[in-house]
Write a protein that binds this ligand. Structure first.
Ligand code: F6R
Length: 348
């Protein structure tokens, strides 16, 4: 029997680490992240910004890159891996972000940045990265500990905006940030456990995933959220998901829908007010063609008005979807035993 998502005591039994409270506090966490002190980087007007990070920490870089795509005239790259890309040369600002501070790929990126004599800002709670920052006198943003990295997005993301602004790059203005925070407040009330399923979009979407594999498609601005939905579903609900972006998926993945037997896949289309009419037409055409084969097709509108509100709002909705999908399966969303086991195996 699947859990009734409106049953508060059933939720409390499975959600042993109170992830529902961490998610409910996300708007407050964002406000805290916004208030955090950001040391000024020594490079001004960098020719490129590289966020070196993995997993939940890298998601903050994805959000920065997504916001920057239409506003910032220098490349903002998220580097997920060891070392650094060849293009990171003089004039590049490296932001090394790791919530734990012990992620070996990020430590290796910092080592490489120091070898290339690049400017580095470290964003972490502690670990080896904090040690390196102390030894080498690197500017550091100090994050509060005690959370899972993927649940610390507000702490991780807002300081990145501060670092970008301090380096002289465009960043969202106060009005855009305030509107984003108000949008998150509104979502916290609408998506939390106290809002019953008929009024709760996150619970409704989670129900669609009881028997179906989600295929989450975004457009140019919502693809960042689509990928984050996929990783949250994996880590929180321990559930596979597909994530893709239009227009590209309409040139390849669409064919996989053409075969009978895809009735176990549910399409979640993440629509954004900034997608533009050409993309809107493409979403409509995709929807019409895949609907007969899909277990379900559900459109999800990015909440809010400004770009920051839409980006953060969609990601926040996805966090709640993954939480309720975990509840439906009786899965505690907090622990990540396989990620931990892998890190233990590879530990030096
Ligand atoms: C865990 C999570 C992971 C970590 C990743 C990197 O909640 O989201 O994806 O973020 O393993 O670790 P950190 O963020 O500590 O560098």
């Amino acid at each position: 029997m699947r859990m009734d998502l409106d049953d508060a005591s059933a939720l409390a039994r499975v959600d042993a680490h109170a992830v529902r409270e961490v998610l409910g506090d996300f708007p407050a966490q964002c406000r805290q992240g916004r208030a955090v002190a950001v040391p000024p980087p020594r490079v001004k007007s960098p020719r490129m910004l590289v966020v070196a990070a993995m997993g939940g920490s890298a998601a903050s870089g994805d959000l920065l890159a997504a916001w920057a795509a239409e506003q910032v005239d220098v490349p903002v790259l998220v580097h997920r891996g060891y070392g650094l890309p060849a293009t990171a040369t003089a004039g590049t600002l490296i932001v090394a972000s790791s919530y734990s501070g012990d992620t070996e790929e990020v430590v290796s990126a910092v080592t490489e940045a120091l070898r290339r004599r690049l400017e580095v800002v470290v964003v972490t709670t502690g670990g080896r990265l904090a040690g390196l920052a102390g030894e080498r006198g690197l500017p550091r943003v100090v994050l509060p500990g005690g959370l899972m990295p993927r649940m610390a997005l507000g702490h991780l993301f807002f300081p990145l905006l501060g670092v970008a602004a301090a380096a002289g790059l465009p960043a969202p203005g106060a009005a855009e940030v305030e509107e984003a925070l108000a949008t998150l407040d509104d979502l916290a009330a609408r998506l939390g456990p106290a809002t019953p399923t008929p009024d709760n979009e996150a619970k409704q979407i989670a129900l669609l995933l009881d028997e179906a594999l989600p295929a989450i498609y975004g457009g140019p601005s919502s693809q960042t959220a689509a990928y984050r939905w996929k990783t949250d579903l994996a880590e929180n609900a321990k559930l596979f998901a597909l994530a893709g972006a239009l227009p590209e998926v309409t040139h390849n993945e669409i064919e996989a829908w053409g075969h009978a037997g895809q009735r176990s896949v549910a399409a979640l289309l993440l629509r954004d007010a900034g997608e533009g009419p050409a993309l809107a037409r493409r979403f409509e055409a995709l929807r019409a063609l895949i609907a007969p084969a899909a277990a379900a097709v559900r459109e999800v509108r990015a909440p809010g008005h400004g770009r920051l509100a839409r980006l953060l709002g969609l990601v926040y909705l996805g966090q709640w979807v993954s939480f309720y999908a975990a509840m439906r399966r009786g899965v505690d969303p907090w622990p990540i035993p396989l990620i931990d086991a892998l890190k233990r195996r590879l530990a030096p």
